[in-house]
Design a binder for this molecule. Structure first.
Ligand SMILES: [Zn+2]
Length: 128
């Protein structure tokens, strides 16, 4: 079956990024397989922070490859993207972050990232 996937339509520099997600997906599949034991996995849900530099589309693509021949083959992959959130160390203001570098309205650049860098396996569901 021919697979056409938009990620591969991007320029070749995207290849390194793909390798990055491939490694991550292999880890996820290994962790979930381990937890599932002999049971087949029906569904998993991931949380991926928008500041994590992990592309959900690439994870989806790699998942099908990595899941082949494991308990996760055919499982549904759900991905929740978590928006970047920072907190100012000067005034405590919370602000949305689209980049890791930010500046608070009080003028401080001491922003701590409090959300958006995570990669979590949030849920997994197995067949009985
Ligand atoms: Zn501030």
């Amino acid at each position: 079956m021919a697979i056409s996937y938009p990620v591969f339509a991007k320029e070749l520099t995207g290849f390194k990024q793909q390798m990055h997600e491939l490694g991550i997906t292999q880890n996820i599949v290994a962790i979930v397989s381990d937890k599932a034991g002999p049971k087949r996995v029906k569904r998993i849900k991931l949380e991926i922070g928008k500041l994590s530099a992990i592309m959900p589309d690439a994870i989806r693509f790699c998942f099908d490859i990595c899941a082949q021949g494991t308990q996760l083959e055919g499982a549904t992959l759900e991905i929740d993207e978590i928006a970047g959130l920072g907190q100012c160390q000067s005034c405590g203001e919370k602000l949305s972050l689209s980049l890791l570098a930010g500046c608070c309205q009080c003028g401080s650049r001491e922003i701590t990232c409090v959300a958006g860098q995570e990669l979590n396996i949030k849920e997994m569901e197995v067949f009985d």
